[in-house]
Design a protein around this ligand. Structure first.
Ligand SMILES: CC(C)(COP(=O)(O)OP(=O)(O)OC[C@H]1O[C@@H](n2cnc3c(N)ncnc32)[C@H](O)[C@@H]1OP(=O)(O)O)[C@@H](O)C(=O)NCCC(=O)NCCS
Length: 171
């Protein structure tokens, strides 16, 4: 049973060209570097990639201190959305923050998918989200309804599994 969740907020980092993006995006990077590089040993030089420039970044921070403790990133492609770089600092796990970050990304995806529908066209029934899950966290994604697709594969030197969900746009 998780203990009481500390007071927090999840913000969407301002879009490209808007004030505040660089500073807040750096705070997302700092969390990712702490978790993926320092804790998990993934290479530092591949942590920041080509998608970061235009991706939608979410920052989880404590309130009222505004201390960054988690992040997730959404990359939109023509046909689907990618959930990537989900990380919660070690001291703040099991408080349902990972769940809250995924939920925020899902809410964003649904709104974005609806907004992309050209006027007069029928809104698609679902939006597809893909995650490349590390093997120990497959069960975490499974709790949302993500399903494994294909074989395990190597990414940045560690085994991963493609996980897919089709979010309903009608609720
Ligand atoms: C994965 C991660 C984000 C989960 O964050 P968290 O805040 O501890 O997760 P939550 O407390 O929101 O957990 C939500 C649910 O998933 C479960 N869960 C958490 N981690 C899990 C795991 N590794 N495997 C299976 N279930 C898991 C929780 O028990 C909880 O279940 P419940 O809703 O039935 O009570 C966090 O462990 C993390 O940052 N890990 C290191 C980075 C990482 O591996 N990122 C994923 C890259 S693919």
């Amino acid at each position: 049973m998780a203990s009481t969740q500390p007071a927090h907020e999840i913000i969407i980092v301002p879009a490209v060209g808007e004030p505040g993006r660089e500073e807040l995006r750096q705070q997302c990077y700092d969390v990712r570097i702490d978790v993926f590089h320092r804790e998990q040993g993934f290479p530092l030089d591949t942590e920041i990639d080509d998608f970061d420039e235009t991706a939608t970044h979410f920052l989880l921070r404590l309130t009222p201190s505004l201390t960054p403790i988690g992040t997730i990133r959404c990359v939109a492609t023509r046909d689907y959305y990618k959930l990537t770089r989900l990380a919660v600092l070690k001291d703040y796990r099991q408080y349902r923050f990972g769940r809250a970050l995924v939920q925020s990304l899902h809410d964003f995806v649904k709104a974005d998918a609806r907004a992309r529908t050209p006027p007069g066209s029928r809104v698609a029934d679902t939006a597809k989200v893909v995650s490349h899950s590390q093997i120990p966290v497959k069960g975490f994604y499974g709790k949302f309804g993500y399903e494994a697709e294909g074989e395990e594969f190597d990414e940045d030197g560690a085994p991963h599994q493609k996980m897919v969900i089709h979010l309903s746009l009608s609720d």
